[in-house]
Design a protein around this ligand. Structure first.
Ligand SMILES: [Zn+2]
Length: 117
């Protein structure tokens, strides 16, 4: 027998053991998708955020299929093949910078556009 606490707490693996299939839902689009845990099983779920690949809004993990919840009957299953982060979510998560990689060489890009300097 395998005891319930052999898994590290708060990993997605532990969550999945407790809840089974989970979902991520977007309240802006009223859509949801199965939470795919490939590569996430050992990750602390408190360190992960999800976003909607259609509109970029914050997405939330749900342990009950959203359209089974009261008041969410109109949520629709909308799976995206190989979902990618929406550009606006990337901007939000990286603090408004275009990219996490700094290509400016230490100089602020706007400085070069100012002829007085
Ligand atoms: Zn959305």
């Amino acid at each position: 027998m395998v005891g319930p606490w052999l898994d590290k707490p708060y990993t997605f693996r532990a969550l999945r053991k407790t809840f089974g299939q989970m979902w991520v839902r977007c309240d802006a689009c009223r859509r949801y998708a199965r939470l795919r845990l490939t590569g996430l099983l050992e990750v602390d779920c408190r360190t992960r955020t999800f976003s909607c690949s259609r509109c970029g809004a914050e997405a939330f993990v749900a342990v009950v299929e959203p359209n089974q919840e009261r008041g969410m009957e109109d949520y629709r299953l909308d799976e995206v093949e190989a979902p990618a982060r929406h550009p606006s979510a990337v901007r939000r998560l990286t603090g408004g910078r275009r990219s996490t990689v700094d290509y400016s060489g230490g100089e602020l890009p706007s400085r070069r556009l100012d002829p007085r300097r």
